[in-house]
Design a protein around this ligand. Structure first.
Ligand code: PLP
Length: 383
């Protein structure tokens, strides 16, 4: 029997991580086998038959993910977008409508508009942080799926998960929250009323910029069966080593998130006092429009800080001038990264309603010493 707890720090380390029975190895082994011996035809040992349908290393991660988010079921995928694709195909049929936040991750918008769009799904974007705007959009055209990303990428808008869940459920929608930015260490959407949580585990859950992955977590048994069937039938599973690395990363998630949060606050405060900076987007700052809501629904403000400079040119120059903040896509690793959304992560939504202003630069604040981070930013802003 494993060590059980509802506390995130304990679940992160122990859920799905029982010591191996043969040797007592404290770290469960990495199972690479693609197939499993049958004791007579159909005589499966603990249900394992073939690597696409089940693998003990992936199962251990899925148990860990479900415990962290307070769900009953979790599914681990080859990437965040593979998780989103399988989930949406389990939820939607041709003719269905999706209501999406207007600054969600660009790839989510691209997946729904360009891939599922060709399949007869329609999408509309709305400011999810404005409940009245969402209420009007839901009344005008009831969606099958209400897709919430909070804090959003890259403008850190905060949306009211409990309010949106009530609104969505009133219209018969399934409410999905992309919890990639906050992680379950800081925000538990299922407890706030959401139906489903999705993750790009590539980011904070993996935490070391060395493994791409995604996850879907939920409580509903019938829906979980549909997602499980599609995961098996379509096959976008995480590989065993990817699952093992993600599990290893998750064990330190709560302690990493505390430090990301502390460093990001220092960065946000430093940038808000700098004359070259036009605006800082960080929900931990008291003047952020979502600050009070974030303080209620999150237990920290996370590690992403976005900043608007005077012009697109100034923003590009700043993004190319930092050294400790390395210029690269992605976020959530131990190392600090700088990204210019308009031409990098969000290039696919340029010119659409989900476009990111050209003045904006996104910082993924890592775990280096805060003094070095501030010195780097100061130098780059002067350049
Ligand atoms: N959701 C968010 C908030 C993201 O930032 C990303 C990737 O940047 C994704 C989903 C997609 O995840 P992946 O890149 O693992 O497919």
């Amino acid at each position: 029997m494993g060590i059980e707890s509802e506390k995130v720090a304990t679940a992160a380390i122990h859920a799905g991580q029982e010591a191996e029975s043969l040797t007592g190895a404290v770290i469960p082994p990495l199972h690479l086998s693609t197939t499993y011996l049958q004791d007579g035809i159909g005589g499966l040992r603990q249900g394992y038959e073939y690597g696409r349908s089940g693998n003990p290393t992936r199962d251990a991660l899925q148990t860990q993910l479900a415990a962290l988010e307070g769900g009953r079921h979790a599914f681990s995928f080859a990437s965040g977008l593979a998780a989103e694709d399988t989930l949406l195909r389990a939820l939607l049929a041709p003719g269905d409508h999706v209501l999406l936040g207007n600054d969600v991750y660009g790839g989510t918008f691209r997946l729904i508009s360009r891939v599922l769009g060709a399949w007869g799904v329609t999408v509309e974007v709305v400011d999810m942080s404005d409940l009245d705007a969402v209420r009007a959009a839901v009344a005008a055209r009831p969606p099958r799926v209400l897709w919430v990303e909070t804090p959003s990428n890259p403008l850190l808008r905060i949306s009211d998960i409990a309010g949106l869940a009530a609104l969505g459920h009133g219209a018969g929608a399934v409410v999905v929250v992309d919890n990639t930015f906050a992680t379950p260490a800081l925000q538990r959407p299922l407890a706030l009323g959401a139906d489903i949580v999705v993750h790009s585990t590539t980011k904070y859950l993996g935490g070391h910029s060395d493994v791409v992955g995604g996850a879907v977590v939920l409580a509903d048994d019938a829906l979980a069966e549909r997602i499980g069937f599609l995961q098996f039938a379509v096959g976008a599973i995480s590989g065993p080593f990817d699952a093992w690395l993600t599990t290893r990363g998750i064990k330190t998630l709560p302690v990493r998130m505390r430090q990301h949060d502390e460093n990001a606050r220092a960065v946000a405060e430093f940038l808000s006092g700098h004359p070259a900076v036009a605006r800082v987007y960080y929900p931990g700052l008291p003047d952020h429009p979502g600050h009070d809501l974030a303080a209620r629904q999150m237990s920290g403000f996370g590690g992403i800080v976005s900043v608007a400079l005077a012009s697109g040119e100034a923003a590009r120059r700043f993004a190319e001038s930092t050294r400790v903040f390395q210029l690269a896509e992605s976020l959530g690793g131990v190392e600090s990264l700088v990204n210019y959304p308009d031409a990098m992560t969000h290039a696919s939504v340029r010119g659409t309603a989900a476009a990111v202003p050209v003045e904006v630069v996104r910082l993924s604040v890592g775990l280096e010493d805060a003094d070095d981070l501030l010195a780097d930013l100061s130098r780059a802003l002067e350049a």
